[in-house]
Ligand binder design. Structure first.
Ligand code: T4K
Length: 409
């Protein structure tokens, strides 16, 4: 992005919606993959091809598990083909059934991993400031059919593991975590991966360390890990011996090659994310009704998401109108996790009244906006994105008019 573009975009009449060129020539995505050192990746892939060993717990997958264990301090961190399947396997390995309490404010995969196995996700509310599962909303939802709490560490920040652990102990429930966003994060000095009976990381292409598609199931429980390893590989305990129902949850060597390359650069990716976060914070400061979610002091964050909350009353403009302005400028901001799992099928049909107990979730899904970050975003990109948001807040009526006019075209 050149300075000229920034100078050209100073008020609503300069916007793409008013008939001008977009701020960005190519789309700027949320979740643009971090690639890392390509030559290291190529070397690893070449070595796998030379070995002619492409999957089935090959040397790169084993090395990847070793590196994940080192990073998190957990006893087992079993690589899998993606986090959704990882959650399904962890849920099944824990013999969960009946009902599991889970926040509605999460990616749909968290709920689907339960429902896929005919376990009812019972949606609980979040705490408005952290966006995390609210422990006080969990206890009210426990019934004789409840078997577990499935917490989610959102946005690269740990949820309240101590409070959730205490509730689980009190009611003799299992507790596990969707840690899709939380590689490299910690809580109270302890790394994510070591909490609950199991935690599941995602290495989808859009995560700050990726394996194209992939995930890992972390646990300190040796017996559970042994069961999970069987389940990941169809239940095979030997060449012709199947001892358990299983699936194909394996990670391939090429995925592990990418994961190892990402781990090599993880500190760099985190520092870029942190710099981007600080730059956004500076550029957006003082804008009424626009709040950038700040990590709390409970532990380390990987800063992999830039999370804005827009208060339409204070900002004078709704989140969706700001998003429309950004999209027309090729900034593909996202409203994760709109409209909330409880408003998507099959959950809205199964539990049509869920929204009544999800006050904070309902509020947040209409206010949240995720902005691009990662190595694909430069400081001048951030300045331009912030300028576009500033225009929307400073000229709300004109921006709304442009958005409406454009949507009629
Ligand atoms: N739990 C939580 C809390 C999660 O957030 C997720 C996944 C899971 C569980 C399940 O993990 P996995 O089973 O996926 O391992 C994306 C990701 O697909 C999804 O992994 C992620 N969370 C979610 C928050 O975001 P979408 O629907 O936004 O769209 P997607 O995948 O098309 O990616 C977003 C943008 O990124 C695209 O518009 C373009 C850009 N992109 C994407 C890919 C794949 C690229 O530039 N290059 C790429 O290769 O879900």
């Amino acid at each position: 992005m050149s300075l000229a573009v920034l100078e050209r975009k100073q008020c609503a009449r300069n916007l793409a919606l008013a008939g001008n060129g977009p701020a960005f020539a190519a789309p700027l995505h949320v979740g643009r993959p971090n690639v890392g050192d390509r030559s290291a990746l190529h070397r690893r892939i070449d070595a796998a091809l030379d070995r002619v060993w492409l999957t089935n717990n090959g040397p790169l997958v084993q090395e990847f598990e070793g590196r994940l264990k080192e990073l998190t301090g957990v006893r087992h961190c079993i690589p899998v083909c993606n986090a959704t399947v990882g959650l399904e396997i962890a849920i099944r390995a824990l013999d969960l059934s009946g009902e599991v309490i889970v926040p509605s404010f999460t990616f749909i995969a968290t709920a689907h991993a339960l429902q896929w196995q005919r376990i009812k996700p019972v949606f609980c509310d979040i705490a408005p400031n952290s966006h995390h599962i609210d422990p006080s909303s969990v206890e009210k939802l426990i019934t004789p059919r409840t078997t577990a709490i499935l917490g989610v560490h959102l946005w690269g920040q740990a949820c309240e593991v101590e409070a959730l652990g205490a509730i689980a102990r009190r009611h003799r429930l299992e507790v596990l975590y969707d840690a899709a966003h939380a590689l490299g994060c910690s809580y109270g000095g302890r790394m994510i991966g070591t909490f609950g009976r199991a935690e599941v990381f995602s290495f989808h292409a859009t995560k700050f360390v990726n394996t194209f598609e992939g995930g890992a199931i972390a646990t300190n429980d040796d017996d559970l890990a042994a069961k999970i390893r069987l389940m990941v590989n169809f239940g095979f305990a030997g060449l012709d011996r199947v001892v358990y129902i299983g699936t194909n949850g394996k990670m391939s060597e090429i995925s592990a090659a990418m994961g190892l390359t990402g781990l090599d650069c993880m500190e760099y990716f985190t520092s870029v994310n942190y710099q981007n976060y600080k730059h956004y914070r500076g550029c957006l400061s003082g804008l009424p009704g626009v709040t950038l979610l700040a990590p709390d002091s409970s532990g380390k964050s990987n800063f992999q998401y830039i999370v804005l909350e827009i208060d339409a009353l204070e900002a004078g403009i709704h989140r969706d109108d700001i998003m429309a302005v950004l999209h027309s400028e090729n900034v593909l901001a996202r409203r994760y996790f709109y409209p909330g799992c409880h408003r998507m099928e099959p959950y809205c049909s199964l539990d049509p009244l869920a929204s009544e107990r999800l006050q904070w979730t309902e509020r947040l899904v209409n206010r949240i906006l995720i902005l691009p970050t990662g190595t694909a975003v430069s400081t001048s990109d951030i300045e331009l994105i912030a300028t576009l948001i500033r225009i929307a807040v400073q000229e709300p009526e004109e921006c709304r008019r442009l958005v409406r006019a454009h949507s009629k075209m």
